[in-house]
Design a protein around this ligand. Structure first.
Ligand code: FAD
Ligand code: DHB
Length: 391
């Protein structure tokens, strides 16, 4: 097998990259370890920045998203028993975010790629990268018990945090920067009408909670929990009871309850490796960085990386120049660190830390009061949430 760019991983990074390359006339093959159905059903993120929405539309991949997604022009920050709206449209010159599930994006990207006759190898096992420092790197994998080798010009490591690409970079090259948080999120999907038209981020003395949605009939809710929380300790009734407490207001707000159709616990960490490239291999998305989910940035950052990578590859194939490719890491990391900062800030602002004392809690409340009463501070939150501009 031979291709120009071998892409490992059919997540948002790998699939958007494949589409960007196809638009530029560059051939690629995507290798994915899981079956198609698995990646199309895995419940994950749900908020797309304005720039991600615009890119999917530009690529002709946004039809279903525009029909079924929910465009939001604000969020609510709730604390001390009251809600405060941050008006994105007013603060950012009309920008917003799209609430549309990650696995729906994946379905759209997979369907369009297969319809165009391009390749995704599902259930590619034992994927290994080889000769990444040479002009002709290779990817070895097993499909249906048969070992195959794919020769390419470049490898895109879009294989997520637990992938093989980052690990294949020799010791001593990568610098790791990370931080773990002493909590996780317990997330549910419920057949319940969202109790508000917009997302609610709630600061509460019992811990953080978030109300999001997937449709006018399906709610997506999260509550701060222990990083290794045992789901067996959380029957549905206990989850609803805890959520009701954390969203309660002085004027009697109540969530609409309904059957819980999915639940899971996600740990939280901040993580970055530098550089994000070695030889002919480039890391993109979660393989190079993780953000805590509070800012809703993971998917969007993955898409931002591959925009830069696709532009670099396009320049290389058009002119033989490597200037942009050589600066891939440097260009991506400028955005990544700003997004890390924002995600850390949202997390620190809204969660209960086990080490908190009353001083810290009052400081958080003062900051929330400031964010929701100062136009300058609201605008800072809004411009980061809808997505920073691209260079
Ligand atoms: P991924 O989506 O992880 O895609 C990587 C792909 O590579 C996967 O399909 C994987 O199967 C494949 N792969 C891995 N190893 C190999 C291999 N060796 N060979 C072949 N294929 C391989 N972000 C938010 O903003 N909000 C959220 O609520 C949120 N919830 C999350 C919940 C969970 C459980 C997780 C894990 C992440 C969540 N995220 C959330 C983060 C967000 O989903 C990710 O940032 C986003 O998926 C990153 O896209 P990616 O393409 O870089 O990686
Ligand atoms: C969702 C997830 C997030 O991490 C977030 O900050 C907002 C919404 C969601 O899954 O809908």
């Amino acid at each position: 097998m031979k291709t120009q760019v071998g892409i490992i991983g059919a997540g948002p990074a790998g699939l958007v990259l494949a589409h960007l390359l196809a638009r530029a006339g560059i051939e690629s093959i995507v290798l994915e370890m899981h079956p198609r159905q698995y990646i199309e059903e895995r419940v994950r993120a749900g908020v797309l920045e304005q720039g991600t929405v615009d890119l999917l539309n530009e690529l002709g991949l946004g039809d279903r998203m525009m029909r079924q997604g929910l465009m939001h022009y604000g969020i609510e920050l709730r604390f001390a028993g009251r809600g405060h709206r941050i008006d994105f449209a007013d603060l950012t010159g009309g920008k917003g975010v799209m609430v549309y599930a990650q696995h729906e994006v994946i379905k759209d990207l997979v369907a369009a790629r297969l319809a165009a006759g391009a390749e995704i190898v599902f259930e590619a096992k034992e994927v290994r990268v080889d000769k990444i420092e040479s002009e002709k790197p290779a990817i070895r994998f097993t499909k249906d018990g048969v070992t195959q080798e794919m020769e390419c010009d470049f490898i895109a490591g879009c294989d997520g945090f637990h992938g093989v690409c980052r690990e294949a970079i020799p010791n001593g090259i990568l610098q790791v920067y990370d931080r773990n948080y002493p909590f996780g999120w317990l997330g549910i999907l419920a057949e319940a009408q969202p109790a508000s038209h917009e997302l609610i981020y709630s600061h509460h003395e019992r811990g953080f909670a978030l109300m999001s949605m997937r449709s006018p009939k399906i709610s997506r809710l999260y509550l701060q929990c222990e990083p290794d929380e045992d789901l067996n300790q959380w029957p549905d009734a206990r989850i609803w009871e805890e959520l009701q407490k954390r969203f309660s207001t002085s004027d009697g707000f109540s969530l609409t309850e309904g059957p819980v159709i999915q639940k899971g616990v996600t740990g939280m960490r901040s993580f970055v490796v530098e550089p994000m490239q070695f030889g002919q291999m480039f890391l993109a998305g979660d393989s190079a960085h993780i953000v805590p989910p509070t800012g809703a940035k993971g998917l969007n950052l993955a898409v931002a990386d591959v925009r830069v990578l696709a532009a670099g590859l396009k320049e290389f194939y058009a002119s033989g120049k490597r200037d942009l490719l050589d600066r891939y890491s440097e260009i991506c990391l400028r955005r990544i660190w700003k997004v890390q900062r924002f995600s850390w800030w949202m997390t620190s602002l809204l969660h209960k830390f086990s080490s908190d004392n009353e001083f810290d809690r009052r400081r958080q409340l003062a900051e929330l009061d400031y964010v929701t009463s100062s136009r300058a501070s609201s605008a800072t939150l809004a411009e980061n949430y809808v997505g920073l501009p691209f260079d």
